[in-house]
Design a protein around this ligand. Structure first.
Ligand code: HEM
Length: 395
């Protein structure tokens, strides 16, 4: 029997062997331990490790459980995010979490583009406008007075908005919270297998798909193949990302002087996502060797791009550590602002996330919300989160 030839330009279906350290070109790297490499610091203080690496060179090497190369320049982002065929999701870190290991997140070319073409219309900005009034009603019922914790409030309000948008409130609230809760926990919480809980979620979603409430997102998606897994993955990708960003945005909103109109709210969200991109680190696996700035890298290499590092590059963002929403009066640098990633794999729910955050922030933008006390420093997990609590006062 002879093997059938592969279509030209298509990589082999089987992922390439993992790249070894000796296959890599010389690269700068943070100080490492003899055997454990950078694994210890990766577990304890990944942001400090990334920031140290970025001072040494771009890209730089990390010795984790396997060698990984991290880049943060616009040119690196353009390369890694612009070529889905070479830089694949299968085998990346998303596969380590049962929450993200499936659906479009794990779909690579040639199936990725047709899958996105089916999903995109439901999440288009114009299509989502139909949900605005519903989402405003969800928030209006929950606006607190007196002291409240912006992190707790966001962790409660985002599921309520997702329930309204996806299911017209037909998903039992406690069940939805039970599904989401591990995503907000420190690692390894979001990585642990939960076969029973997931079976229950799949059964619930299958029932909703079979009889979808009119006008809901699940009604739009109901005819698609693999829709249950697709919705489960989208919910997981939607929850902690949006809730954590919203909590930070509320904290910074409370620091602003005076009333904020809609454009100022949008700039505040943009600046929040610059300093604290919930998706702080994205990963891919190279399906074939590639060249970047005169260095050749092997197939099977674990690749990172880091919105967190890109957004703190002083050559792209003057005084990068300062919170200055007005910097978004100007267009962000191409491939230098990637809170929702970029290219063909850009976040499916970007417009939904923006809509939910705008709607949720608007009632607080009358100039009356103030900071009481809190800890907004980032904590790393599957996504970046404020440590909290973030105690605010709304008279
Ligand atoms: C502030 C909130 C959000 C942030 C910061 C965020 C960020 C991201 C990022 C960085 C990626 C690219 C990951 C990668 O491949 O490297 C992504 C992908 C994705 N996001 Fe979001 N996201 C948010 C909200 C949402 C929402 C509300 C949904 C609901 C539909 C969603 C669904 C997805 C899906 C399905 C993908 C995979 C797309 C693909 O691989 O083609 N996200 N998101």
């Amino acid at each position: 029997m002879t093997a059938s030839p592969r279509p030209p330009g298509r990589p082999p279906e089987r992922p390439p062997r993992r790249a070894r350290l000796r296959d890599l070109p010389p690269l700068p790297e943070p100080a490492a331990q003899p055997v454990a490499g950078h694994l210890g610091r990766w577990g304890r203080e990944p942001l400090a490790l990334l920031r140290e690496g970025a001072t040494l060179g771009d890209p730089f090497l990390l010795r984790l459980w396997r060698p990984a190369v991290v880049g943060a320049s616009p040119a690196w982002n353009r390369l890694v995010l612009g070529d889905l065929d070479t830089f694949r999701s299968r085998g990346s870190l998303s596969a380590l979490s049962p929450y993200l290991n499936g659906g479009v997140v794990m779909t690579d070319p040639p199936d990725h583009a047709p899958r996105r073409a089916e999903l995109n219309p439901t999440f288009h900005a114009k299509a989502l406008e139909a949900l605005r009034a519903d989402l405003e009603a969800v928030v209006a019922d929950r606006v607190p007075t007196g002291r409240f914790d912006a992190l707790d409030w966001s962790l409660d309000t985002v599921p309520a908005m997702l329930n309204r948008a996806f299911f017209a409130d037909r998903y039992p609230e406690r069940e939805l919270h039970a599904f989401f809760a591990p995503l907000h926990r420190p690692l390894p919480g979001p990585l642990l297998p939960r076969p029973l809980a997931f079976r229950r979620v799949h059964a619930r979603l299958a029932a909703l798909v079979a009889d979808p409430p009119e006008g809901s997102l699940i009604a739009h998606l109901a005819g698609l193949e693999n829709v249950v897994e697709e919705v489960r993955v989208s919910l997981a990708a939607a929850f902690d990302t949006t809730a954590h960003t919203l909590a930070w945005a509320l904290w910074y909103l409370a620091e602003q002087e005076g009333e904020l109109d809609a454009p100022r709210i949008r700039r505040l969200i943009q600046e929040t996502q610059r300093l604290y991109p919930a998706g702080w680190l994205g990963s891919r696996v190279a399906s074939r060797p590639f060249t970047f700035e005169d260095r050749t890298f092997p197939a099977g290499l674990l690749i990172f791009y880091s919105p967190y590092l890109t957004h703190r590059r002083a050559d792209l963002w003057p005084e990068p550590e300062r919170f200055v929403p007005d910097r978004f009066d100007a267009k962000p640098p191409p491939w230098g602002y990637v809170p929702f990633s970029a290219g063909a794999r850009i976040c499916l729910g970007m417009h939904l996330a923006k809509l939910m955050m705008e709607v949720a922030l608007t009632p607080f933008a009358d100039g009356g919300t103030r900071i009481v006390e809190g800890d907004p420093e980032p904590r790393t997990g599957l996504t970046l989160s404020p440590r909290g609590p973030l105690t605010l006062l709304r008279p």
